[in-house]
Design a protein around this ligand. Structure first.
Ligand SMILES: [Fe+2]
Length: 406
């Protein structure tokens, strides 16, 4: 995250004697990345190190290991996530649907808040939540962020958190990456600001509000995800949110998808114009996240608003449709559908949607979707993703084309 931020109280000079509370020696922690050379934050704890475990670590009852389907026939997929049940909390209800070497795409449809003394920490991957439904609070040691519909929540690897729902249930698309999830570096100038040409403004992020430190003794469980989906339970002797201040550039933040300010041109523009986040080097590993929000279609007198048939051989494409309105897929996808188009498989607008899209020339379209394109990483369908697939999807183009011709 480019924006260096400070919350609460800290010593003016790092790693110097400090008393946030009279007579209590404060304790410092660095949450670092990339071998202590990448983004980091400095946290000051009121009185306890985050290393004080009161019980032996144990294997958690939960597992987030993605289980691959045995099916391995190349095909486009359409996963009907609307048919998946609401269950558990945001962690116990997390269902991995697609995964690769560095990336996992899951859906969580929780119907309850996480228990008060139980927390989660993803120790192996950075996380992006897209909030499709529901409200609540993301509570972290860096402070609280509101959970709001159509917001992205970026949670760095190693952040301890819980999610409390204020709505009856919620629906999250969750994308995990081995690498930090950041605004694309090509949007940034050398001073670290988004350039005046970029479709995002880094100051439009929401930064956690640090609450009073919780100075509480007891047993507090942290379920830590590690080694490709295993979970171990660590029991701390004190509340993990005992931070009195922090500063740095590694912290969770929120970003409203509608704060992606479109770049459009006279004719149709390829997806990178919608890029919002990047993970990895933006070239050979990691992924790109694009936001498809309402935008004006090309105004060239002969513009075709719908895309071309396309495949990007070095990317597997995953698309989450927050709205069932999406010109090229209308009548095929439903709200919250996920499509998965492997890199070596071209896909195109359905039926006569390309021809119909000429009527949209120069007009505002209606759409809301999140797209992930991997870089040189193949994704595998899990058993759960396969269970909720639309069995007709591979033939849906043929069906739509036949309907137009008849
Ligand atoms: Fe595509």
């Amino acid at each position: 995250m480019a924006m260096i931020t400070k919350r609460g109280t800290l010593p003016r000079t790092p790693h110097t004697e400090f008393y946030a509370k009279a007579g209590v020696f404060s304790l410092e922690e660095i949450h670092g990345s990339y071998g202590f050379n990448g983004a980091y934050s400095r946290k000051i704890h009121l009185r306890s190190y985050p290393t004080e475990q009161s019980k032996p670590p144990k294997k958690s009852n939960l597992s987030l290991i993605p289980l691959p389907t045995g099916e391995n026939i190349l095909q486009p997929y359409h996963i009907l996530t609307k048919d998946m049940p609401y269950e558990g909390d945001v962690i116990s209800g997390r269902r991995p649907l697609l995964f690769g070497l560095n990336t996992i795409i899951s859906v969580s449809k929780p119907s309850e808040s996480m228990q008060e003394k139980i927390f989660f920490r993803n120790g192996e991957k950075h996380e992006l939540y897209f909030v499709h439904e529901g409200e609540g609070i993301l509570k972290t040691e860096y402070g609280n962020l509101k959970v709001k519909k159509n917001h992205y929540l970026i949670i760095p690897k190693g952040t301890t958190y819980s999610i409390e729902l204020s709505s009856k249930d919620a629906f999250f698309l969750i994308i995990e990456s081995r690498f930090p999830i950041i605004f694309p570096p090509h949007y940034m100038n050398k001073e670290g600001q988004a350039t005046l040409m970029a479709p995002i403004v880094e100051t439009e992020i929401e930064v956690p509000e640090l609450a009073e430190p919780i100075d509480q003794k007891g047993d507090f469980e942290i379920n830590v995800k590690h080694n490709d989906g295993n979970l171990s339970t660590l029991t701390l002797s004190h509340h993990p949110f005992d931070v009195v201040g922090w500063e740095g550039s590694l912290y969770p933040f929120a970003f409203d998808i509608n704060n992606h300010h479109c770049l459009v041109r006279e004719i149709h523009t390829a997806p990178p114009t919608r890029q919002t986040f990047q993970s990895g080097d933006g070239n050979t590993y990691g992924f790109s996240i694009c936001s498809f929000i309402t935008q004006i279609e090309g105004w060239h007198p002969k513009d075709i608003a719908a895309p071309y048939a396309h495949y990007n051989v070095d990317s597997d494409e995953v698309m989450f449709f927050a709205s069932e309105k999406y010109g090229a897929r209308e009548g095929v996808i439903t709200e919250a559908s996920i499509t998965f188009h492997p890199g070596s498989l071209p896909h195109s607008p359905h039926g006569d949607s390309a021809k119909r899209s000429t009527k949209m020339r120069g007009k505002l379209n209606e759409q809301l979707a999140v797209m992930l394109d991997t870089f040189f990483e193949s994704l595998t369908m899990t058993e759960i993703g396969y269970k909720y697939r639309d069995k007709e999807y591979a033939l849906s183009w043929h069906k739509a084309a036949s309907a137009v011709k008849s």
